[in-house]
Design a protein around this ligand. Sequence first.
Ligand code: AMP
Length: 218
Amino acid sequence: MNLILLGPPGAGKGTQAKLLEQKLNMLQLSTGDMLRAAKDKESEIGKKIKLIMAEGNLVTDEIVIELISENIDKSSKCAGFIFDGFPRTLYQADALSELMSSKKQSIDLVIEMRVDDSQLIERIVGRYSCKECGEVYHKVNRPEQKKGVCDNCKSINGFIFREDDTEEALRTRLFNYYRETSSLIGYYYAKKKLTTVDGLLPIETIHDLLYQATKNNL
Ligand code: AMP
């Protein structure tokens, strides 16, 4: 069972992917996380990726397809993959379909998480995460319970803001979502794979909906 979470930045794809992963023995494949790891390497390609990401633009199809392909090959022992932030272009969607076919697998379900644009900026600007475990917080909506201590792993090593969580970069990310990614909604609808959930519902309610939809396909 392989699932794609589709939606604009700030829709909650990462949060939901992590919750599903824990419950269903599936594996989250986030190209954003893979690229964040790659950009910190002191290579030429690392520097290029860092700049593209900081501006909120898309990294080339070739790079992300290569990353996804490597990670699929490394991880065979899970009940399926949760693609988070991939595919983001029609070219990537076609490449994923071919990659899955070559492994005698398929994309079984695509869940679009729909969130009003006006809410996205508010959700993203002010977002930060624990340096150790990556737990995500928000200055207004969800600060840590005890200042400076991660609720999840109790680390006191501090928190980080994403470089591309500024209002300016977010506007570019949103622009790219509408220009490159949103046509995938129609693409997967036509393939009868698409389900849509209201991304403004509480996190637990969305999780229940996603869990049921995924389990029904297992
Ligand atoms: P995310 O963590 O999914 O919000 O991704 C952060 C950034 O990584 C994006 O704004 C892009 O610069 C880059 N990125 C992540 N996934 C992709 C992808 N599938 N294609 C191109 N660029 C990507």
